[in-house]
Design a protein around this ligand. Structure first.
Ligand SMILES: [Zn+2]
Length: 378
């Protein structure tokens, strides 16, 4: 593409993504559901195909498989491959060198086994622990509040030794990013309500804010002590996330908390649609990083370019990272890497043309971003 700094030969580290499912044989209805966050049945069945992302993906796959630009032809070609063969060919084509995986979604029972994935993708693999899934499982095990707190502190004491390179927080999907410190009485009452929910329904979904916030503060203290990054879901998601309380400025209490200065905070998904706020936070807080993901949110190339422009336009380059947020199907990891490279190359070329950077500086900026893996620790 004209006016784009070429980055194809540089391997990328995908700093936030998810496992692919072991069963990849698919029909059109199932396939379409991978590419929308809407729970609406008509949106999932029909409208999803009328999006820029879906059209671009279909066109890219048709080229990859050398078949007509047609959904049925593309899926027929895809279905002739085993899951490891799909992963192998797509990861090689996109030159993906490493992945940092949120192990909390999809359910590990549905995910391709890690060793199979690593062998097929030939990528370095690092895992993150999803906090809320851990909390929900532990609330079901411990009948007493004090027992729960002690067990959680023990569980999080040495996360690197357990093979985790960071934590993932989905408070944005639950009780919101305005995470507060609560009196113990409130946390205990919320715990009792969570246990009552468990008794009544057989499960608990952590919508109890005083409890959720309190357990998160225990986790943040552990992360700060171990200097481990915490990745926060911010902004775009299914309507389970209230987009108002999942906005990045809601995190102010955590950002201002001096005891968390040694905890790298990673704001995911470019905070889309709040990408300017995300870029601002990465520009003013030493421990805040902005992660820009290029497969989910489901966006056009132009909108991803706007997000990238805002990020590189305001935040230090050292505070930005690349990801796909790919989940369940390997095409998302693949498309994210192809488009992330293209968009970053385009925006860097603009910075060169504008006199912000010279060509050497632009290439070192790409490396900081994840093209070459400088950020694999976060
Ligand atoms: Zn994710």
């Amino acid at each position: 593409m004209a006016g784009t700094l070429a980055l194809e030969e540089i391997a990328v580290i995908d700093n936030h993504c998810h496992a692919v499912e072991s069963d990849q044989q698919t029909d059109t209805a199932r396939w379409r559901r991978y590419f929308t966050e809407s729970p609406d049945a008509v949106m999932q069945a029909d409208d999803v195909a009328q999006t820029a992302l879906y059209r671009r993906l279909t066109r890219r796959m048709a080229k990859f498989y050398d078949v007509p630009n047609d959904e049925a032809a593309v899926l027929a070609a895809r279905n002739t491959h085993s899951t490891p063969a799909l992963v192998e060919s797509l990861f090689r084509d996109a030159n993906i060198g490493g992945v940092v995986v949120d192990t909390g979604y999809p359910d590990p029972d549905r995910a391709l086994a890690v060793d199979t994935f690593v062998a097929a993708s030939r990528s370095s693999y690092r895992a993150m622990l999803r906090l809320e899934v851990t909390f929900e499982a532990m609330i079901a095990v411990y009948a007493g509040y004090h027992e729960l707190v002690e067990a959680l502190e023990e569980r999080l004491r040495d996360l690197r030794a357990e093979g985790y390179c960071g934590l993932k927080c989905i408070a944005g999907y639950r009780t919101g990013l305005s995470i507060q410190r609560w009196p113990e009485g409130d946390a205990r009452r919320a715990f009792a309500a969570a246990r009552a929910e468990l008794d009544a329904t057989g499960g608990v979904r952590l919508g109890h804010k005083a409890l959720s916030d309190t357990l998160l503060h225990i986790a943040f203290a552990a992360a700060a002590a171990q200097e481990l990054p915490v990745q926060f879901h911010v902004g775009y998601g299914d309507p389970d996330a209230d987009l108002r309380s999942a906005a990045p400025l809601e995190l102010r209490a955590v950002l201002e908390d001096r005891s968390y200065r040694s905890m790298p905070i990673v704001l995911l998904h470019g905070c889309w649609p709040y990408f300017r706020e995300g870029a601002y936070l990465a520009a003013v807080y030493g421990n805040v990083h902005l992660d820009l993901s290029y497969a989910i949110p489901f966006l056009s190339v132009g909108e991803m370019t706007s997000m990238t422009r805002a990020a590189l336009g305001a935040a230090p380059f050292t505070k930005l990272m690349y990801s796909s947020d790919g989940a369940r199907v390997p095409e998302l990891h693949w498309l994210g890497a192809l488009d992330g490279r293209r968009v970053l190359g385009r925006v860097l070329e603009e910075l060169i043309q504008d006199g912000d950077l010279d060509r050497d500086e632009a290439r070192s900026t790409a490396k900081l971003y994840g093209f070459d893996g400088a950020h694999s620790d976060a």
